[in-house]
Ligand binder design. Sequence first.
Ligand code: SF4
Ligand code: SF4
Length: 461
Amino acid sequence: MMSIRSFFGILPARLPYADSNSPPESVPLPDTLTLLYSETAPSCVALRVGDEVKTGQNLAPLGAHPLVSPATGLVVEISDFKGPDGRSYTSVSIKPNSRETFDPSLAAIDDFSKADPMELRAAIKRAGFSALSAVSPDPKAWPKVDALIISALDQDPHGLANQQAFRDHADQVGEAIGLLSRAAEASQCVLAVPENLAGIAGKIPPGSHKLVLVPPVYPNGYKEVLARKYGEGILLQGKDGGVVGNTLVISVEEAVGMLSCLRSGRPITEKTVTFTNGTGTPKNYKIRIGTPIRALLKTTGIIPQPKGKVIVNGIMGGYACFSDEQPLGSDAMSVSVQSPSDVTLFQDTACTNCGKCNTVCPVDLEVNLLGRFSEYNLFDKCRTLGAENCIECGLCAYVCPARRPLVHLIVHAKQVIEAQGPEDENAEQGIPCETCENSCKPLRLFEPAPKEERAENGESR
Ligand code: SF4
Ligand code: SF4
């Protein structure tokens, strides 16, 4: 088996997911919680320093998406924040009170089976879950989905948070599937479970869902990979407002969270994240949403070393943080601390055309060419090769013997393409190639896999 030096020692190139039962340890409530709002107009955040907020209150009532307060307390700071992803945010810092008061605008729904799908969608959106609003901020404009996938896999190879949600709340998964199927008006539902948790999956009463057991090998936990293998293509908005693909993928942790929220009328205020420092087994911690990384590090007792790294959401596909004040939001899945000896140093060396990056890419991109085109600012060629379809799993950089910063190059190309806006008519019809006479159309990788291939991949009952 091919082996290469990994971030954490010698590992096979076929990366297994972590598998362990890790009931979360609670991180104490910090002095300050910070929420990041990605809307470009800060005026959407209708608050002033000194305002009192309630748990569950929407702090951005003028925005397209709600910003839900995870605590009752006092607003102590509102400022601009540049995220480690290079994007701009408005940050709102709240000093929590010891006594919690809940915002009354979130109301419990008694019987999901009789509720109007629009009512369920609006309640899910108001509770701050973004999974269903990726296509449009208006719940009425959400399309019916052909395939809903509820996933019990983690995205990060060291991740245990979503697996733990499945271990701890398997008895609620059937009801969560019913709720989400109704809200999304889904024609079919797939429950995707890693093979190592087949025993737990077998205890869930058979319902309208199909069970698929997924090999626990990275990057099978990515939503895009699941949608391509077991669904009808990922749900994306096209340039004309239409929808490309029609599969919605939601983690078990999110699905059970939505169920609890709609049942109780109380918002989700906590999140489980997996912590790893390269030695020992990864471990789960429960944090209040908005907790800074430093509070988690304090609980773990791990102090990052100079020239080491703190990485959020996975050593393969996550991002390094430049401050331990970085807050962990509702989308945080894991935090990893790397020692200086584990940090991979990328180099501006030339590609040797070994082809390893192309072999491992889960969406079949020509990664070696993408890296070179981005390096030389040939972004139209990156677009033609489908750079936007890169899921940023990091496998290409992981196997590259030349240590080329492939993900950085491709992410840069994606950001330039996004800033340039939708492709023009010529690009849609095919761009004449400068070296041959063909006109190649842009790739559309998230079309569904052929039905017979999906049948081979899945196991149904
Ligand atoms: S180009 Fe690299 S990071 Fe992007 S999907 Fe392929 S292997 Fe993953
Ligand atoms: S793995 Fe690295 S050296 Fe090999 S083809 Fe890809 S970019 Fe080039």
